[in-house]
Design a protein around this ligand. Structure first.
Ligand SMILES: Nc1nc2c([nH]c(=O)n2[C@H]2C[C@H](O)[C@@H](COP(=O)(O)OP(=O)(O)OP(=O)(O)O)O2)c(=O)[nH]1
Length: 340
């Protein structure tokens, strides 16, 4: 397993990348420090030099197995890249959550490095892993780390106990957790555009909210499977699976918008004649009312490609509910399952 199995994640000041054998000496120098280790539950003190090599090796195995993503936090000092600390996500498959952990070398404290790195990895995890929540815990008196978690968007949810290896016993911890809405951003669009129905005599949307018209399509393949696409990191509801499509732009018909979106997102050509109206979603999305006609389409031209790097999945109708989807889509899934 090489470092290239994971594309580095970047933030304004940092790079999060897999650890390599060449990081071991510096990692050991940074972590073999009581002021760092005393806050960490699974790390011994003193920290043996060989453990750095063994642990780095194990991070590759865990990533390959889809169990944990431990990454180096790398910063820039002049034109030199320096190891600053580590950040990790450990997945709990049964409960669809991942535990967030991090540490930063003492000389890099006080610059917001931990929140920047942990926030990036948490958002990446929610958008790309099969998880719905991020959890974390901090030693009771670790206010600094509690502040980091709050900045990432996690909320304090209770108390517990954890074993602290270097302290040789169980100690009280504060528990934190957060989901997509808190960590990856609000579920609503940042700037609701004016309702596409702009005519003075158009019916006002519920409660006078702006209406967001979104065209969506269930592409159905020869085996009766439906295509779902995963909303990428950075968009509202990142990590949820949806029907391909997008907002209807001013001046477009719903079909024109869908044909454009399917071309942009999937590189396929669909003709209006192949778009069969199926049903629609009408959903109160907070600041706007979402109105989403859903079409069925079984014929298209071109090789279906994820042009925006989004994850795609062909899903049997009876498996659709295994995929986390936006709340507006829930009734559509049931209807599709009955129909297909
Ligand atoms: N395409 C699609 N959008 C959905 C579904 N369910 C659902 O709630 N939505 C919502 C999410 C967004 O608020 C809105 C679609 O917006 P979008 O951001 O995907 O649209 P777009 O492709 O035009 O994106 P952009 O150019 O603004 O980035 O509709 C669905 O199944 N498919």
């Amino acid at each position: 397993m090489t470092q290239s199995d994971f594309a580095p994640l970047r933030t304004e000041r940092l790079t999060l990348r897999p650890l390599g054998p060449a990081d071991a000496a510096e990692l050991h120098r940074l972590i073999n420090d009581w002021d760092v280790v005393r806050w960490l539950s699974r790390v011994p003190f003193p920290y043996p030099r060989e453990l750095a090599d063994e642990w780095i090796e194990s991070t590759h195995r865990q990533r390959a197995a889809g169990e944990a993503w431990h990454l180096a936090i790398v910063g820039q000092e002049g034109d030199k890249e320096v190891l600053v600390g580590c950040v990790g996500l450990m997945r709990q498959a049964e409960t669809r959550h991942a535990e967030l952990g991090y540490w930063v070398g003492r000389r890099y404290w006080g610059h917001g490095v931990a929140a920047e790195a942990a926030g990036r990895l948490a958002r990446w995890g929610l958008a790309n892993l099969d998880i719905d929540r991020i959890v974390a815990s901090v030693l009771d008196e670790n206010d600094r780390s509690a502040g980091v978690l709050r900045r990432v968007g996690l909320k304090e949810s209770g108390t517990g106990e954890a074993h602290f290896l270097a302290r040789g016993g169980r100690l009280p911890v504060r528990l934190f957790e957060g989901g997509r809405e808190e960590i990856a951003g609000p579920f609503t669009e940042p700037e609701p555009r004016p309702a596409p129905i702009a005519a003075a005599d158009a019916a006002p949307a519920a409660e006078g909210k702006p209406l967001l018209l979104v065209a969506a399509c269930a592409l159905v393949d020869i085996d009766g499977r439906v295509l779902l696409a995963r909303r990428p990191e950075g968009k509202p509801m990142a990590g949820l699976w949806e029907f391909p499509g997008g907002k209807v732009e001013p001046g477009e018909t719903v079909e024109e918008a869908l044909i454009r979106e399917l071309k942009e997102e999937l590189a396929i050509d669909v003709s209006a004649a192949c778009l069969a109206p199926f049903t629609f979603a009408s959903h109160d999305a907070g600041r706007f009312q979402l109105l989403m006609p859903l079409y069925l389409c079984r014929r298209w031209q071109g090789t279906l490609t994820a042009t925006e790097g989004q994850q795609l999945a062909w899903v049997r109708p009876n498996k659709l509910s295994d995929y986390a989807m936006p709340p507006a889509d829930k009734p559509l899934v049931a209807m599709l399952r009955d129909f297909l």
